[in-house]
Design a protein. Structure first.
Length: 513
């Protein structure tokens, strides 16, 4: 599948051209987005171009120029695509921000990226105001604007800064160049059985602030001329998913594994789909069998991460899936299972999953963190932090080496939650791990030691995190301990806490606060 593929990037490359400008010139009336937020509103490439130039004019008025980082705190909407394009067109760097983030999570990213201006809505403006960020909503855009001039950019020119989950310490910003979109296209096309067929319409319940929603669905869909459905869901349900697919004429969906489990639990059947892709963790034979009954097709699994995405995939139209395996390497990606010295292991031997330098979707660096960037590589291999082995041409995922928690399709870093809990006056120390959960894969479990004489309830601490950090990354269970397992240097031994959480998961009602 990968033998004859070579990355070939043009000297001049800008993602704004790929997602909007090229088609707006050639086919301005072509359908780009289907917004189902309030009724149905069809948005053409010409409409997106006009909106994007209006955003560009507002950004220029705020002094935005090449290399500047500018935020995008929006839900699924035409403005999201238009804002990213406007920022890229002027040679600046877009920074997607999640609408469920609260003060602490936003502040860490705003400060690290040096954000002073963000495109958002009224709700986002309220969240960003205390941080001193100038906000631009649709009300601030000029009624009309001349076409925005195109900056001189190439494949390696910085374009997008997406923050990771914060495995250790604060979340790190993965800085990507304008080749990022071209690097995603092969994996997206493969995982949707050659996306771009006549009649294709794509949707995902994954938020467009994350790489899965932004570069697995929105941007590739626009680049390939496949209409993208925008639908903001306050809460994911089977009924809403069925409605969106029906009203939007959806044929292609990216469902995170948790969404699939929820659909299965509710007995959902969604006819009329041509492809369903899923990524995050292996689904297993039973889930694949259910998918065939519910969708009338085989779910294609794929693999990647913020630093280098869409590197391996299944493709039922090309080869049979192997349950428990991610799939095969996507064209353009050389994936290795390597040892501690960086040498590739033989088929069947377990080691570190790594991606060779030169991959199209590989980040340029961690933003302003040269040491962390260097640690991410072992020779010419970028480490994923995951363990696996080759079974013939199929890559089997074995487990994670790091401490990232996979919950409801989100990758959540424990350090940020620990930092937030430590700001509560009653908390002396804390350790956060993932606890196995049949629906969400894992839930966030916090083990807390209170200060002498202090008191706090599990509910109080949960709300403390929800209000300050995020509406999705908060402890769903809290246990109070007299002390945490520590190393001699004072670091929490998370593997001991994970063992406790796994034991609790195996015991009904065990460990719940």
């Amino acid at each position: 599948m990968t033998r004859d593929f070579r990355w070939q990037f043009p000297a001049r490359l800008n993602m704004a051209v790929q997602i909007i400008d090229e088609r707006a010139r050639a086919e301005p009336a072509r359908l780009a987005l289907i917004d189902l937020t309030e009724g149905r509103r069809d948005i053409s490439y010409g409409d997106l171009a006009v909106l994007s130039h209006r955003v560009g004019a507002a950004l220029v008025a705020e002094g935005v120029g090449p290399g500047d980082r500018r935020g995008d705190l929006l839900s699924e909407s035409a403005l999201t695509a238009a804002a990213h394009a406007a920022i890229w067109r002027m040679g600046a760097i877009s920074v997607p921000l999640f609408k469920l983030f609260r003060h602490d999570a936003l502040e860490s990213r705003v400060r690290d990226a040096g954000l002073t201006v963000a495109v958002t809505d009224d709700e986002g403006a309220t969240l960003l105001a205390p941080l001193g960020v100038t906000t631009l909503t649709e009300a601030h855009l000029p009624a009309t604007a001349a076409p925005q001039p195109m900056a001189e950019t190439g494949p390696e020119t910085p374009a997008c800064l997406i923050y990771t989950s914060g495995t250790t310490g604060k979340p790190k910003g993965a800085l990507h160049g304008h080749r990022m979109l071209m690097g995603h296209l092969p994996g997206v096309e493969v995982s949707h059985d050659r996306l771009g067929q006549p009649g294709d319409v794509i949707w995902t319940p994954a938020d467009w602030a994350w790489i899965g929603g932004l570069f697995d669905v929105l941007m590739p869909g626009l680049a390939l001329g496949v209409p993208v459905v925008a639908a903001r869901l306050p809460k994911f349900t089977a009924a809403e998913s069925i409605r969106i697919c029906r009203e939007g004429g959806v044929r292609n969906v990216f469902f995170p594994p948790t969404a699939l489990r929820m659909l299965r639990a509710e007995g959902a059947i969604i006819p009329g789909l041509r492809s369903v892709a899923s990524g995050g963790e292996p689904l297993g034979a039973e889930m694949l069998d259910w998918g065939r009954a519910a969708f009338g097709l085989t779910i294609n699994e794929f693999y990647g991460q913020t630093e280098c995405n869409m590197v391996a995939s299944s493709a039922a139209s090309l080869f049979a899936p192997r349950p428990g395996c991610i799939g095969r390497a996507v064209p353009g990606f050389r994936i290795g299972v390597i040892d501690a010295g960086g040498a590739e292991l033989r088929r069947g031997e377990e080691g570190d999953i790594a991606i060779h330098r030169g991959a199209g979707s590989m980040m340029l660096e961690y933003w302003q963190r040269p040491a962390a960037t260097a640690e991410k590589f072992r020779g010419d291999w970028m480490l994923t932090g995951d363990r696996g082995r080759w079974e013939g041409d199929y890559l089997r995922f074995v487990g994670r080496e790091d401490d990232v928690i996979t919950s409801a399709g989100y990758r959540i870093g424990p350090a940020e939650i620990e930092d937030c809990l430590m700001t509560h006056p009653a908390v002396a120390t804390v350790g956060v791990v993932g606890k196995p959960d049949p629906l969400r894969t894992e839930i966030v479990k916090a083990y807390v030691v209170l200060r002498p004489g202090a008191s706090a309830s599990a509910g109080e601490l949960t709300e403390h995190v929800r209000a300050r950090l995020s509406g999705h990354a908060y402890p769903r269970e809290i246990a109070f301990l007299p002390a945490l397992p520590m190393t001699v240097s004072g670091k929490v031994i998370r593997k001991d806490l994970r063992a406790m959480a796994m034991a609790e998961a195996a015991t009904p009602f065990g460990g719940n606060a």
